[in-house]
Design a protein around this ligand. Structure first.
Ligand SMILES: C[S@@+](CC[C@H](N)C(=O)[O-])C[C@H]1O[C@@H](n2cnc3c(N)ncnc32)[C@H](O)[C@@H]1O
Length: 497
């Protein structure tokens, strides 16, 4: 696995090793104690249990159904294909705009032949689509035809530029998107106004200035392709994004993790008196900036990625994965590199960040208010329902089975990611009706006593033993929870995994 040589790994070998050295128990304890106290999360503790590395422990009793944790993601992305279905805040992932915009925008994109079943073509063009489509909906010039100009953007990829595919007139979709048409009872489902990216990329929208500023400070100022971007080259950035869209969106997440570290480093440096700036101070600031990523459980991506069933040459497959990561890293490097934080651009670091996501990430799911809206219409008293459905039914028919598509993506959650797996877990990741953003919600599946380890299941725990073990092989470990040990003993021969 040595043929891909990244010069930075060689040049910065010692620093890379230091960044990847697992944190000591004390460092883990200190970091999470501080994180818990800043988040006013006093019911939990992160510590080592000796068996499976770090774990999360109950600092108080929890009743069945009680919230154990609401964890804010460190970095997350909405899946590319899902961007057709839902317009969500680029930082907290709650739905934004209006019910009309959500419906009109989705149907408009469908009318252009862009489907949410991602194919190579769709992947490559989505960044353009969201921008063209949503930017248009904000246009105050009701007479302009904002779509005409953008039609060319979809080029040969789009199967059609008319709205025939959804059977609704284009004017209707435009009116939904630009707010000229209000749907019956949509006022019962207000959504925050969509605020465009301050960098001017037109690709990311937010639910509030707070989210816009937080995302800018966290990573977007470096990864924005707009006029105010702080990247070195917007062209390189676009090439990086295109490559990620065509290959694996986990690269977008890795870029966010690197940008996040760089921006934290710059902020720490700016807070230090100028006369103290020197090599060793810079290194300690970089270590400090890296801490949130440092705390995550890591393995190198090409070593831990599970082997697809149809792959027979494992070595060649892992090498291919490593080469893919190297290509992505080179593109990112062209866009945001600086010698000052060179070790962050080593392939080992990139591979470990991606491996960390592979092993720790939680699916990001946010339920759609469009589903609530149509359910509400369906529940109206008869006369009102008949009246409303005259307008809403054609839209529902055009949206089809996917009318209720939720926001889907993936995210890294610092505290949740410390939770170990059990096939008889005492907690589960489960969104309640009111959880309408990208935070992770962990609920107690049964009563939990103070001091007990909080466990969740990474897999479908209803599966029989052999299938559970097969699923957990993807996570690179053999489960030794009490249920597995018991069932293993009951198996013929009494063998445990
Ligand atoms: C998401 S992390 C959980 C936190 C991790 N223990 C740490 O030290 O950061 C997942 C990793 O924890 C370990 N792990 C979690 N649950 C386990 C279990 N039931 N049996 C064995 N190892 C487990 C495995 O190494 C797994 O890849």
């Amino acid at each position: 696995m040595d043929t891909v040589i990244c010069p930075i790994d060689v040049r910065c070998g010692d620093q890379v090793s230091a960044l990847l050295r697992p944190p000591s128990s004390q460092q883990v304890q200190d970091y999470f104690d501080e994180l818990m106290s800043t988040r006013q999360c006093h019911g939990l503790k992160v510590g080592h249990n000796g068996l499976h590395g770090k774990g999360v422990y109950a600092g108080m009793d929890f009743e069945e159904g009680e919230i154990v944790l609401r964890d804010q993601m460190l970095v997350g992305v909405q899946h590319l294909s899902n961007k057709i279905d839902c317009l969500v805040c680029g930082f907290c992932f709650q739905f934004i705009g209006s019910i009309e915009l959500q419906i009109g925008r989705k149907l408009y994109l469908q009318s252009l032949g862009v489907s949410s079943t991602s194919d190579e073509c769709t992947k490559g063009m989505m960044a353009h689509n969201s921008k063209a489509c949503y930017g248009a909906s904000l246009s105050s010039n009701a007479d302009a035809d904002p779509y005409k100009a953008n039609g060319g953007d979809f080029g040969a990829c789009s199967s059609s530029s008319s709205s025939d595919t959804v059977g609704l007139p284009k004017e209707l979709l435009e009116s939904l998107m630009n707010g000229r048409l209000t749907l019956p009872h949509s006022d019962k489902f207000p959504l925050p106004e969509a605020i465009s990216c301050p960098g001017g990329c037109g690709e990311v929208y937010y639910c509030s200035m707070l989210c816009s500023e937080a995302d800018w400070a966290s990573s977007h100022s470096l990864l924005c392709s707009g006029k105010r971007s702080e990247s070195l080259s917007k062209d390189a950035l676009l090439r990086f994004t295109q490559h990620a869209n065509e290959t694996n969106d986990i690269f977008l997440l890795a870029a966010k993790a690197i940008a996040f570290t760089i921006l934290r480093y710059k902020k720490l440096k700016a807070a230090c008196p100028k006369e103290t700036h020197n090599g060793s101070v810079a290194w300690s600031l970089l270590l400090e900036a890296w801490k949130p990523i440092h705390m995550g459980y890591k393995k190198t991506w090409w070593d831990c990625i599970s082997l697809p069933d149809d792959v027979s040459d494992e070595t060649a497959f892992r090498m291919e994965v490593k080469e893919l990561a190297f290509t992505s890293l080179q593109l990112l490097k062209e866009a945001i590199y600086d010698k000052e934080y060179e070790p962050l651009f080593s392939l080992e670091i990139y591979g470990n960040i991606i491996g960390m996501f592979e092993l720790n990430n939680l699916d990001l799911v946010v339920a759609s208010p469009v589903e609530d809206y149509f359910l509400y219409i369906d529940d109206l008293p008869n006369t009102e329902k008949i009246q409303a459905e005259r307008i809403t039914q054609p839209l529902l028919d055009a949206l089809g089975d996917e009318y209720s598509a939720c926001c889907q993506g993936t995210g890294f959650y610092p505290i949740q990611s410390c939770m170990n797996h059990s096939c008889c877990p005492n907690s589960r990741a489960f969104k309640r009706d009111e959880d309408r953003d990208g935070q992770a919600t962990i609920l107690a599946a049964r009563a939990i006593s103070k001091g007990e380890e909080i466990t969740i299941s990474y897999i479908e725990e209803e599966l029989p033993l052999a299938e559970r073990w097969a699923s957990l092989a993807d996570y690179g470990f053999t489960c030794r929870c009490s249920r597995c040990l018991e069932e293993g003993e009951e198996e013929e021969g009494g063998e445990t995994p």
